[in-house]
Design a protein around this ligand. Structure first.
Ligand code: 26Q
Length: 795
């Protein structure tokens, strides 16, 4: 690493001169990337060496998504070279921020679950824990979103540019993965064995990405698999051309659904590809006897997407490593643990048995056997039919991956206190009763190094000036800011930084879109995937109500507000796409209305992704966390916004509950139904939105305008939105909560009228946010589930 700016400059100039005399930003990016790779390589080799020498237990985090975002700036930050490089480049006539803009963000995830995996990688390396990621190297990440006439369109995003990639191909570690084939029973030396013949093999080639921890000492590995044709013999009776095409598809693109189970064969192929390649890799490279696997390796599966790891590990242990069923089951169920991220019924993964049977015939026989043995173990109990049904892994020709994951792992966790309670008491009640010590909570967290130290360098600087630098390594020390919550000069500095971050956001947005926004307006930010339960519809309908009030009541002249939206809809999720269209339609009307625009402005940021989030989050005054209670497992954007000093308007859902607990409800704007109430209505099916419409004149008027098409464009748009609210009986309780939501917004306006008090509330939120660092989450996983030992890096 460079110890001085001069040294950096010297090396940079030598490189630039050896390449090209034209000093373009592109060239600067190229050189900087190359230099950073070299710096990292040393620590990476050293870390790998240490792990080998120490023979310590390793954790492998299996995830179908890793939404890492741009890496260059974060890596420079973590190796403590950011400032040196920034100043050095400055003197050479380049701007580091401009150079960073050239990096194509690897969008290898949909949203929360993928981003969580990335934050966990950062924390593992920063805590000097031996933990690595296994994922897929999609050629195309999440689609790029554009609006055409207010509607979302999707374009493929290609992040891989072979000539300057952040990852390294490891051909030497390639592994072959079997699909299809015929299962045969054969007599071996140790009895009857299963054997698969005529498999179609696909080669999995790993690409390694370095995960650089804080201070650069520990560099862990994110290993992403790419599918290629295999050199293994190909079954004679099949079409090789089709095979070639099908193979390339496996890692061609990320599935863009974040909560809709689609049951597609390609998705199943991806899942098995990840599990089989990663498990074989782990077993091939081990230095211990197989019986010792659980002492040497922990595998965490990120939701059920990699749940095939359970039967696949069984297959490898029994068929390839010749263990008995009992030995293999004991090892498997002491190695794998599972995190659940959702209770939405439609997102629970289920696979048609016939699909698995044909694609993965041997794995299928193992799942059947796991199910059979589990059912046999229940025979000693008196269990009613309903309970038995819920405990079945295979039910009516369908394989329920969540049940398989629970039965096959030693620990199962939810991602926020409320979510875990709902899992234990409702969704997985029967399983929790069978395995009372398996379930536990691990409230999510976020990498504060990315979301505060890097994304908001100005605020981080102020915090360090105020309480010293130790909070960066121990984020719970942010609570020392409590002492400054009433310190006027500190509050003023905080406000000045907030304004600066707003201006930076606007500057960034203006590069791509023609946006004129008043930085003195309240920045109210609703950023997340677009989904019914996240209730972007409630937000826009409330804006509709505000418009009416401003027009009708000449005494109602609220402080200017800019409502920012950002988020993508799954391409097949028609309702969500209609909500996007409606927001864009309302935006055009409001932004062009001479009266309304004095008070309200709407910006729907195109193509919301990690990079956009890094601009939006530090600029927020208000954080919209308004999911229907019980539906949002945790949320993590809520934590990022809180840590950057935004005040939350939110329901008692997911981790919001804990955010309010930490910050105090008086420093937030809580509204809406409780989870219990929602679930009660759902159980009784007793909610009737018409009752609300008929009893509340304001809501009635709004609904009438909606039906009359005043806020929408095109018949399809009105039909979808109104249909959901009336025919579908408002499944996410938008009308039920909107009144209380509107009151909470009035409380926001009242609070904002006192800027000093407002800033004090913001600071109290920042001070209370340390617990939401993913360092805390990872330390808890390590203590309670993985039992890892910290391996201090040697410099
Ligand atoms: C499933 C089947 C087929 C295709 C796609 C999928 C699929 C893909 C992604 C299903 C779900 C996801 C992602 C879910 C997700 O992001 N969940 C979020 O996880 C966060 C981290 O724990 C939580 O904070 C959020 O509350 C939760 O919604």
């Amino acid at each position: 690493m460079f110890s001085s700016k001069e040294e950096f400059k010297k090396s940079f100039i030598t490189r630039i001169e050896s390449k090209d005399m034209r000093k373009t930003t592109e060239l600067a990016y190229e050189i900087l990337r190359e230099m950073t790779c070299e710096w990292i390589k040393e620590s990476w080799d050293r870390t790998n060496g240490l792990y080998k020498e120490n023979d310590e237990k390793q954790l492998y985090y299996f995830s179908i998504e890793f939404l890492i975002g741009r890496v260059l700036g974060q890596n420079l930050m973590n190796i403590n070279a950011y400032d040196i490089v920034k100043e050095g480049l400055d003197e050479l006539g380049f701007q580091l921020s401009e150079v960073e803009e050239l990096e194509v963000e690897p969008g290898l995830g949909n949203g929360g679950l993928g981003r969580l995996a990335a934050c966990f990688m950062d924390s593992l390396a920063s805590l000097q824990l031996p933990g690595h990621g296994y994922g897929l190297r999609y050629k195309g990440g999440l689609f790029t979103q554009h609006f055409v006439n207010g509607y979302q369109t999707e374009q493929p995003t290609e992040w891989i540019q072979e000539e300057h990639n952040a990852d390294a191909r490891r051909e030497d570690l390639a592994i072959d993965i079997p699909y299809y084939g015929d299962v045969q029973l054969v007599m071996g030396t140790d009895g009857l064995k299963m054997k698969v013949e005529n498999s179609e093999w696909v080669k999995a080639v790993p690409y390694d990405m370095p995960i650089v921890g804080a201070n650069g000492g520990t560099v862990n590995t994110l290993r992403l698999w790419q599918a290629e044709v295999s050199n293994f013999p190909f079954p004679g009776d099949k079409d090789y051309l089709v095979y070639e095409q099908e193979t390339a598809k496996i890692t061609d693109r990320l599935y863009p659904d974040d909560s809709l189970e689609s049951g597609k064969i390609l998705r199943l192929k991806q899942q098995y590809f990840l599990c089989s390649a990663s498990l074989q890799d782990i077993l091939n490279n081990r230095s211990f006897s197989m019986e010792k696997l659980p002492e040497n390796v922990a595998i965490q599966i990120n939701d059920t997407h990699p749940a095939l790891a359970v039967p696949e590990l069984m297959r490898l242990l029994i068929d390839d490593h010749h263990l008995t069923w009992e030995q293999a089951w004991d090892i498997t169920t002491r190695t794998i643990s599972y995190t659940n991220h959702t209770i939405l019924e439609e997102a629970m993964e289920k696979w048609d048995s016939r699909l698995i049977q044909s694609l993965l015939p041997r794995v299928y026989t193992i799942i059947e056997e796991i199910d059979k043995r589990f059912k046999e173990s229940l025979e000693t109990q008196t269990i009613d039919e309903e309970t038995f049904r819920k405990l079945s892994i295979i039910e009516n020709g369908v394989i329920k991956m969540a049940v398989l994951a629970v039965v096959g792992s030693y620990k199962v966790n939810g991602v926020a206190k409320l979510h875990t309670e709902i899992l234990k008491k409702r969704e997985m009640k029967e399983l929790n009763e069978q395995f009372p010590n398996k379930f536990h909570n691990k409230t999510n967290g976020i990498a504060h190094r990315r979301w505060l130290v890097k994304a908001n360098q100005e605020l981080s600087g102020l915090i360090t000036e105020t309480i010293g630098p130790r909070w960066i390594e121990e984020p719970e020390r942010l609570n020392e800011l409590h002492y400054f919550a009433q310190n006027h000069s500190f509050l003023q500095d905080f406000q000045a930084i907030k304004t600066l971050k707003k201006e930076q956001l606007l500057y960034h947005l203006q590069r791509n879109e023609n946006i004129i926004v008043d930085p003195a307006s309240i920045f109210d930010i609703h950023i997340k995937r677009v989904h019914g339960y996240k209730r972007q519809l409630m937000n826009i309908m409330h804006i509709q109500m505000l418009c009416d009030r401003i027009k009708q009541d000449s005494t109602y002249r609220p402080h200017p507000r800019t409502f920012f939206f950002g988020g993508k809809a799954a391409p097949s999720y028609h309702f969500a796409k209609q909500v996007i269209k409606m927001i864009n339609t309302v935006a055009v009307k409001v932004n062009n209305d001479p009266l309304l625009r004095k008070h309200l402005h709407i910006v729907f940021v195109e193509n919301y992704n990690v990079t956009q989030a890094e601009y939006l989050i530090p600029a927020a005054d208000v954080s919209e966390q308004i999911s229907t209670a019980s539906k949002e497992a945790s949320g993590t954007g809520n934590m990022k916004l809180m840590m950057n000093g935004a005040l939350t308007i939110g329901t008692l859902d997911g981790a919001n509950v804990e955010i309010f607990e930490q910050a105090g409800q008086e420093n937030a704007f809580v509204f809406g139904m409780r989870a219990e109430e929602v679930m009660q209505y759902e159980k009784e099916q007793s909610y009737d939105p018409k009752e609300i419409i008929n009893s509340d004149p304001e809501i009635k008027k709004m609904m009438k305008q909606l039906v009359d098409g005043e806020w929408t464009e095109g018949k399809e748009n009105v039909d979808f939105i109104v249909g959901q609210l009336l025919e579908d009986r408002d499944p996410y309780f938008v009308l039920k909560d909107i009144h209380s939501y509107s009151n909470a917004h009035e409380r926001i306006l009242a609070a904002y009228a006192n800027p000093v008090k407002w800033a004090e509330m913001c600071v109290k939120n920042i001070a209370a946010s340390g617990i939401f660092s993913s360092d805390r989450t990872i330390q808890q996983y390590s203590n309670d589930v993985w039992h890892l030992t910290k391996i201090p890096s040697v410099y």
